[in-house]
Design a protein around this ligand. Sequence first.
Ligand code: NDP
Length: 445
Amino acid sequence: MDDRLGAVYDELVRRNPGETEFHQAAHEVLSSLGPVLDRNPQYVDAEVIRRLCEPERQIIFRVPWVDDAGVVQINRGFRVEFNSALGPFKGGLRFHPSVYLGIVKFLGFEQTFKNSLTGLPIGGGKGGSDFDPKGRSDGEIMRFCQSFMTELYRHIGEYTDVPAGDIGVGGREIGFLFGQYKRITNRYESGVLTGKGVTWGGSLVRPEATGYGVVFFVDELLRSRGESLDGRKVVVSGSGNVATYAIEKVHQLGGTVLACSDSGGYVVDDAGIDLELLKDVKEARRARISEYADARPEARYVAGGSIWDVPCDVALPCATQNEIGEREARAIVSNGCAVVAEGANMPCTPDAVRVLVDAKVTFAPGKAANAGGVATSALEMQQNASRDSWSFEHAEQRLEEIMRGIHDRCLETADEYGSPGDYVLGANVAGFTRVADAMLALGVI
Ligand code: NDP
C-alpha cells in the first residue's frame, strides 16, 4: 500500500481497536487507491480518504424485550451512518449473534462504495443487533423489532437514513419494524424502510434483486468474453435470500446449481437444486437444509464440511463474511472453477482472493456483484416518492440494466488504470471516485 494510504490505515486500526472486519474491508479498498491519489492531488489536499474512513455518526443502544417465558432479555442495537455525500444513508440491518460494532462498520464502509457504484442517489450505512432470531417465535421477533425501532426511529427517515434487510432480517421483520415506526411517528412514511411487502409500499423484484443481480453480473462478465452461463455448473453457498434467488436466476439462464448450504452443512444434488423444495424448507418452514436431502433421495447431505469441495465452473458465495479462506480457495482452483462472484459481503478473505487471482480465476467483489439489492431498494424509494408501483418486468429490466452498467464501469475503470480485467481495482476506484467528488463539492463537513 502507498505510504499516504498506509498512514491512514494505521490510524484507522489504532482508532478502531479489535474491529478486524472493518480493518480488513478498509485495507482492501485503500490498497487500490494509490494511483487515484497520484492523478487527483485534490483528494489528498482535502483529506478525503481520512474523512471517508470515519463514519459520520455511530449509534449504539440498548434493546430490552420480554421473551415467551416472561424473561427480560437485553440485546445491543447499532446503526452506523457512514457517508451521506451522495444521498441519505442506505444499508441493511443484520440480526445475528456475531454482530458487533466492527461488523457493522465493515458493512457500512463497503456499502458506501457499493451504493456509489449503482449510480443512484444513496449514501452508505448499516445497522443491526446481536439478537439471534433462530428458534424465536413470531411473537418474540415482533417484540424485539418493536423495541429496536423504539430507539432507531429517531435517527432514520426518508431523507435521512433508510434501512433495509440483511442476514436475519427479511419481509417479516421489516413489517414489524415499519409498523412500529408508523405507530410512533403517526406517519405512513413508505420511504423510511425498503424491502417492504408489495401490498404496503414494497417493490416487486426487491426480494429477488440481490441474487438475480449477482447472476446478471456474472452473465455480463461471461458475455464480455463471448461465453454464457448456459450449461455451466454452479455452486452457491447459503440458502437464505441472496442464495435462493441466485439459484433461481442461474437456472433461468441455463446453468445448473449443484449445491447449496446453511450454517449446519451442505446438500449436493447433481440433477440441480429443486428450488420449490428449497423454498418450502427454508422460506416456508424455516427448517434446516438437511431436510432438503430428507425429502429428495437423489440428494446427499454433508454435515459440516466445506461446500467449496464440490467442483464447479462458477462459485457464488452467498452466505457470510470470510467463508472462503485460503484452503477453500485452493480447493476451488484445483477443481477448475473459472469465476468466483461474491453474493455475500466479503465472503473471501484477502488470502483467498490472492490464491484465486494468482490462479487466474476471475474474481468479482461483492461491492459490485451484489449491488442489485440496494439498487432495487433505491428503485423502491423512487416508487414510494412518486406513489407508483412498477410491474415485475419493468423492475427486473431496470435491475438488469444497472447490473450490466456496474459491470461495464468496473471493466472500463480497470482498463483506464492499466489493470485490464481487475474487477477489484475497477470497483474500488469507480466507487470511490464518485463519493470523493461529491465530498469535495460539499466542502469540509
Ligand atoms: P439470510 O439471513 O437470508 O441468509 C443467510 C444464509 O447464510 C443462511 O443460509 C445462513 O444459514 C447462512 N449463514 C449465515 N451466517 C453463517 C455462518 N456464520 N456460517 C455459515 N453460514 C451462514 O441473509 P441474506 O441472504 O440476506 O444475506 C447473505 C449475505 O448477502 C450477507 O453477507 C449479506 O450481507 C449479503 N447481502 C445481502 C443483501 C440482501 O439484499 N439481502 C444485499 C447485499 C448483500 P443459517 O440459516 O444456518 O444461519
